[in-house]
Write a protein that binds this ligand. Sequence first.
Ligand code: NAI
Length: 474
Amino acid sequence: MADKEFDVIVIGGGPGGYVAAIRAAQLDLKVLMVDDRKGKDDKPAPGGTCLNIGCIPSKALLDSSKHFAHVRDDYADHGIQVNDVSIDVGQMLKRKDQVVKQLTGGVTQLLKANKVEFVNGRGKLKADREVELTPHDGDAYAVKGKHVILAAGSVSFSIPNVEIDNEAIVDNIGALEFQEVPERLGVIGAGVIGLEMGSVWSRLGSEVMLFEALDEFLPAVDKDISRVAAREFKKQGLDIRLGTKVSGADVKDGKVTVTFEDSDGEHSETFDKLLVAVGRKAATEGLLDDDAGVKLTDRGQIEVDDHCRTSAENVWAVGDLVRGPMLAHKASEEGIAVVETIAGGHGHFGHDTVPWVIYTDPEIAWVGKTEKQLKDDGVEYRAGNFPFAATGRGLAMGHAPGSVKVIADAETDRVLGVQIVGPNASELIAECVVTMEFAGASEDLARIIHAHPTLSEAVHEAALAVDKRAIHKA
Ligand code: NAI
């Protein structure tokens, strides 16, 4: 028998779970959230993969390494002379850990301020929305929820014959903890993690080789966008091997030898570290009792409808556990929508307007459909491009490669997708998401005043270019 009953029990305290818990408390629901993560100081560390071992620490390292690369490579161009630039990896990691600690501590405070009952330990869903809680510091007990939200996130996986030990062969967790810059870093997978973490260590001096199974680089965006990114990454020294199949990795004397096959046959390369970044899978292990009544898909994700309802009554699932992109902001918005549905009957989630960002240099960001998808769907469209190098701000910055591409419906002019490769793409994509969410047209973007001189003028001009009337383009 359950000891206590709650309006909402949230299992998992990442961006899906903790945001849902806070929103539920704001709506006067009685909420319990259980999350098992502890920080390096052994204290509870809610915030999930994103805050602890994902988005935030990787951005901290991306920022540090970007500063380093700018001082080393770009300052002379601005007339700034700096001799003997060096990196203190220990200090860089310490700063990253402090950022993580501040944020996870902040989430703990927010939960408290909102009167969310927080248990640091494991939660397991049983029949009839009973949840077994096993705190790290006490005995297991049962609680019952009128509603249960599953938000347990995802874990990385490897490929056959490549065993992650987080020493020589690492996943995203180990790649944040190298105590010195590896001379040679191998990366399996030229996806989001591979490109971001490959960039960090390459900027600091590693020779980085990425093995990508697909023949095409970054198929999520159109070729004109991915080509610019590929060219810039090559200039930075990232050696991206497309159409490459890794057959195994062996560790000997601390070094890793990777065997792989490409169109020329079988080869091997030896590295100081190997990062495996071939995707993530839903973290369902230990989450569901056999009689919980929650169905999984054949891909091992929790099956949900458009509103995140699972097959069990009043049990919901959000974020990386379910279909759709594995992104923190997607998880948070799903969490909010679920709670608002529970409290008031309606929640909103814009499935078609989830922005993606890869935080490399240049950044890559996109939302909505690509030209390729629209062609496949038989939708008539018009597209406008504008390069950052043709904006005053881009020129003043120095190196500003890349461009903005706005794609609009040929008949209605409604914006169907935007892709950006270039400086600050992560911020510039926001106004494009707003335009799409408001069902705006490229004409709307074109008639909105954009401050001069800013990089956002490239968005403005790309919208003008849809109608072939960009001002600063011949
Ligand atoms: P990913 O799906 O982005 O990339 C994996 C890559 O590995 C793909 O290009 C795939 O073709 C390749 N691959 C798969 N099997 C392979 C094999 N055997 N040999 C060589 N290549 C192979 O997954 P990743 O980078 O592991 O990231 C996982 C998830 O984490 C992403 O889907 C993303 O949602 C999330 N993430 C988001 C970030 C962001 O928003 N900036 C940052 C980091 C992760």
